[in-house]
Design a protein around this ligand. Structure first.
Ligand SMILES: [Zn+2]
Length: 706
């Protein structure tokens, strides 16, 4: 590991954050250097502090400490993410013999300069009780590999030398803060501190030295490991080629819906009977090599690298060897049994800990967050893709560090009793979002024709309702623009884009495979892609007829067939919402191919409703009238056919939009968002409806469903 300090960057931070003062500006800079290295900290893990002077509202200079606030990641921290507190009142707390976690948080908040600041880290008092101006706390992989051993203290001392102090494991909070200060005061020469089976602290009076001490010690730990923890991992990974990777990805796409289906828990809500999980697949030659190691199964059943991770990954990963990867029915039974066993083990752990500690706690869900499948890769699971990705990131590091630890001696994490205290710690629980879930939370939608005005309107409404979305389209440039709009509305992790040609069987299959690897499956399928051609029957060339039929009707068919296949593999029901057309019931002249394709697609939807009802899959249709744009996204279809359509109606092209508005009963201008809201209505299962048609046309009597 090497220092990433740069004088130029440090100067730039001092300038950018001049208003916050030099101390805080440099604290932001080196916090980000630490945050950018996943071998040091991941996803909100670790924390940093600086002691400085702050001007109070009365104009007095006051001693203060700024500590990372909860909800901030070190890699993107800003001065606002390091809330300032009065230092002296916090230090005075050391006189107490004990302090509850709740009162500790209260004291921290009471001493904030800004009452709206986030909660400072629960390790604030540890930072406050040490004398140094800059303190850096990481969960460095290499240090954890050394300390998570039966004789971890001896090993770390051999690796890092005698300027490092050791603090036995105590849960973060007041007691740990006092103990760490006592340990430091016994030998004030030390420049770093290992919290056994937890993490690492370095300190100094300037930002650069503290940061570079972290780097230097982690580098020593890495070299120590490289010399002693000999493993065949690199060699094994080198033997894994492109064909193995392709096979792993294909298998992941095939089994993800089965895993996701078995992982869903009953919700107790008859309208949306399943509480689903999002799964994210990860694979690399190193991951496949790690999963193939003989110890992988036993290591999966040993605890996490640092107790923080238990919140994200649970204590144990679910190891799934020997799956019948090419026999879906047998596989579903195997996975069912494995997940049932996992949940049983979790329930037993909970019951045993509650009984041993004689405490009352509300049990969390017993579901795994990390699934390890040899030959396929790992899956992170969570209520959102963000959570699934965090679990997967941690799992990748965990696999590697456990393997190193085992090669060094024996990987031995904290006992379950300590992990339970962390998992069921009220302060940690408070970090996890408790807000009510949106109607389509935990669901995944695939929308074809997503680059168009209606498509983007549908995707925007779906993410606003809490869904994850796969935008599919043939138009790569338009697709990227649409994805950016949707990401802006729902966050970059809520959506992905995939190029998909709805007339091509393989392309459709690939797009759904992408959905399965990225999110674990799909719950809402929206066949929406469509084109049109303006010509009287007598003047319609066969190739134009065929093109419209292939894209519109053929696209409905292939998208519904593949979508239904994935929905059935999951076994969680789901929704198909067909974007048909007002033309289905109210056809117009010179629009034969389009109207016929839409009417046939509408009919196909009804047949699908009948066939798929036994599986809890609903199929409904939306009949929208002309949508010319959704915000900045213009309708490609109308740009192409608008002029011809206006001519056939005998009006000027610029009068067309007004013509459609004028002809409906409500004089409504129909937008892509209107169609999107109709999709959300069906997808949210708010009424027990299938095989139905909802017009979104402002009321056109000639096109009333009948
Ligand atoms: Zn920590």
């Amino acid at each position: 590991m090497q220092s990433r300090w740069s004088d130029d960057d440090a100067r730039a931070f001092r300038e950018r954050y001049a208003a916050s003062g030099e101390d805080l500006a440099l604290r932001v800079y080196t916090s980000r250097l630490i945050g950018k290295d996943p071998d040091l900290v991941m996803h909100g893990g670790g924390n940093t502090s600086v002691k400085t002077r702050v001007r109070s509202v009365l104009g007095e200079e006051v001693d203060a400490i700024c500590v990372k606030g909860s909800g901030w990641d070190l890699d993107s921290i800003e001065p606002a993410g390091l809330p300032a507190m009065r230092l002296e009142p916090l230090r005075a707390l050391r006189r107490l013999s004990g302090l509850s976690d709740e009162e500790m948080v209260n004291q921290q908040r009471t001493n904030l300069f800004d009452s709206t600041a986030p909660n400072p880290s629960v390790e604030t008092l540890l930072h406050a009780f040490l004398p140094h101006r800059f303190i850096d706390h990481t969960h460095a992989d290499a240090i954890l590999a050394l300390t998570n051993q039966p004789d971890g203290e001896k090993i770390v001392r051999a690796a890092l030398g005698d300027r490092v102090a050791f603090v036995p494991y105590v849960m973060p909070g007041f007691a740990l803060a006092k103990l760490a200060a006592e340990v430091f005061e016994r030998d004030p020469r030390v420049e770093a501190m290992v919290l056994l089976k937890h993490g690492f602290f370095t300190f100094a009076d300037d930002a650069r030295t503290s940061y570079e001490r972290t780097v230097a010690y982690v580098d020593r730990a890495e070299k120590y490991l490289a010399e002693r923890a000999k493993s065949g991992l690199a060699g094994a990974a080198a033997k894994i080629g492109a064909a193995d990777m392709d096979q792993a990805k294909a298998r992941a796409a095939a089994i993800a819906p089965i895993l996701r289906g078995r992982l869903a828990a009953e919700s107790g809500n008859p309208d949306i009977p399943w509480k689903r999980m999002i799964l994210e697949h990860r694979v690399s030659p190193e991951i496949l090599a790690l999963l193939a190691e003989p110890a992988c199964g036993t290591l999966a059943a040993r605890g996490p690298l640092t107790p923080d991770h238990v919140i994200r990954t649970k204590a144990h990963a679910l190891f799934l060897p020997g799956l019948a990867l090419d026999e879906p029915e047998k596989l579903a039974l195997q996975v069912d049994g494995e997940i049932r066993d996992y949940r049983g083990r979790y329930d037993a752990y909970f019951a045993a800990q509650v009984a041993a500690k004689n405490v009352a706690r509300t049990k969390l869900d017993p579901d795994p967050r990390v699934l390890l499948v040899p030959g396929v890769g790992l899956f992170g699971a969570g209520k959102s893709r963000k959570d699934a990705a965090i679990a997967a990131d941690i799992a990748e590091h965990t696999l590697r560090v456990k393997s190193q630890g085992e090669a060094l001696g024996r990987y031995e994490p904290l006992p379950e009793s300590d992990l339970f205290d962390m998992e069921y710690w009220s302060l940690e629980q408070a970090k996890l979002g408790k807000e009510a879930e949106k109607p389509l939370a935990r669901q995944v939608a695939l929308v074809t024709g997503a680059a168009g005005a209606i498509g983007v309107g549908i995707c925007l409404e779906l993410v606003r309702a809490g869904a994850h979305v796969i935008l599919a389209d043939v138009d790569a440039a338009g697709l990227e623009r649409a994805r950016e709009r949707v990401a802006k509305a729902g966050g970059s992790s809520c959506c992905t884009a995939v190029r998909m040609d709805v007339t091509n069987e393989e392309s459709v299959r690939d797009a759904f495979a992408h959905a399965c690897r990225t999110f674990g499956g799909v719950d809402v399928v929206v066949p929406n892609a469509g084109i049109a051609h303006v010509a009287a029957l007598a003047a319609t060339a066969q190739k134009d007829w065929q093109r419209v039929i292939d894209v519109n009707l053929g696209g409905y068919f292939l998208t519904m067939r593949e979508g239904a296949r994935v929905l059935r593999l999951q076994g969680l029901g789901g929704n198909i919402v067909v974007n048909a057309s007002k033309n289905v019931f109210g056809p117009g002249a010179d629009f034969g191919a389009y109207s016929a394709s839409k009417a046939a697609g509408h009919q196909l939807g009804k047949v699908a409703a009948i066939e798929l009802a036994p599986f809890g899959i609903r199929v409904n249709m939306i009949n929208a009238d002309a949508v010319f744009a959704e915000g900045e996204t213009q309708s490609g279809l109308w740009q192409e056919i608008g002029a011809d359509r206006a001519k056939s109606k005998g009006i000027a092209p610029e009068a067309l939009e007004e013509h459609y508005r004028e002809r409906n009963l409500l004089r409504a201008k129909i937008s892509g968002a209107h169609v999107g809201k109709a999709v959300v209505f069906f997808a949210a299962n708010v009424t027990p409806t299938t095989g139905a048609t909802l017009p979104v046309d402002g009321g056109v009597a000639a096109a009333f469903p009948r």
